[in-house]
Design a protein around this ligand. Structure first.
Ligand code: ZN
Length: 331
């Protein structure tokens, strides 16, 4: 299954009232469906502690995860943590619990993240998963993004899923774990699915997967542009996200969206996120995606490849989003 169709399938199956996605066959692993059993397993079963700059991970192989290649799993967890640490400047989750459940498949990463009793992710890994499946996995970084930022009320699930959808490939690209062109090709393909249908209004409360994930991602790309323009190119969304993560401590708290926007704006010295959030949450906002990508210098060629025009109006922003070495000094 292609990355995109896998993302769409998982997105369509996303559960209500929690971030993340869950998809698996019925089996012994279902004993961990109840998040209380996840927390109990993290506390009671043998774990491996991974200390990182800024935080730590306790990695627990559920019931010993017989048949699973533990070294492969450790490498994969390390890659995901590196992507997150690259984006935030350090690993931002003080105490992160990761329960890896072995299953009979060759796929990696059907995961769900919780925060009410500590940042924790439950993720399923196939015993027959090849190294390539681990390298190509996006779900663990997506879940760690959720854990790095505050939980939000259900009506704002689009902000959370859009946020992880937008930031996950960026973090991986910044860490050199995903081609930069993939960040943009995914957005070019995905964002049209988030545009409002004729009968749809504001984003708050939406439960259509395309809007939740890609409509939400479009909001965050618009946020990149708004912060960049208002700050005169001195700040972008990463500055807001780092401040939000630091102030909240991650998904162990539930914030109101307005609080998230205020902290982000303050960190960037702008008033960009608050009005943009109000507009997207309450009104039907159709984005001219063609024009937006043109301003960024991102073009889709007929053969499906992505080209970048460094002379475009917002080319410096596009470069800053995916290339951390291009960061300018912050405000
Ligand atoms: Zn998610």
């Amino acid at each position: 299954m292609s990355l995109l169709s896998r993302r769409l399938l998982l997105a369509a199956l996303g559960g209500a009232g929690m971030t993340g996605v869950a998809l698996r066959s019925v089996g012994a692993a279902d004993r961990y469906d109840d998040p209380r059993t996840l927390y109990r397993a993290l506390a009671d079963q043998p774990g491996e502690r991974i200390d990182l700059d800024g935080g730590s991970i306790v990695l627990v192989f559920a019931d010993g995860a017989p048949g699973l290649d533990r070294n492969q799993v450790r490498l994969w967890v390390g890659m995901a943590a590196r992507a997150i640490a690259t984006y935030f400047g350090h690993f931002p989750i003080k105490h992160y619990g990761l329960l890896v459940i072995a299953e009979d498949s060759d796929t990696v990463g059907h995961g769900t993240t919780f925060g009410f009793a500590g940042s924790a992710t439950r993720i399923h890994v196939g015993r027959d998963a090849a190294p390539k499946a681990f390298r190509n996995d996006w779900i663990l970084v997506h879940e760690m993004m959720h854990a790095s930022l505050p939980d939000l009320p259900r009506r704002a699930l689009w902000l959370q899923e859009g946020n992880a959808t937008w930031l996950e490939p960026i973090a991986r690209a910044q860490a050199g774990e995903l081609p930069i062109s993939d960040v943009w090709s995914q957005s070019l393909r995905g964002m049209p699915r988030g545009e409002p249908m004729a009968e749809e209004g504001g984003m708050d409360g939406t439960d259509r997967w395309g809007r939740l994930y890609w409509g939400g991602a479009t909001f965050w790309l618009e946020a990149e542009v708004a912060i960049w323009e208002q700050s005169g190119g001195r700040a972008s969304l990463v500055d807001a996200m780092r401040a939000v993560s630091a102030a909240s401590g991650g998904n162990i708290v539930t914030w109101q969206p307005e609080q998230m926007m205020a902290i982000g704006d303050h960190a960037c010295g702008v008033t960009a996120l608050e009005p943009l959030y109000r507009r997207f949450s309450q009104d039907r906002v159709a984005t001219d995606l063609g024009k937006l990508f043109e301003r960024l210098g991102i073009r889709s060629a007929a053969d499906g490849t992505v080209t970048f025009d460094p002379r475009a109006e917002l080319a410096a922003l596009a470069a800053r989003i995916t290339r951390p070495e291009a960061f300018t000094k912050k405000v």
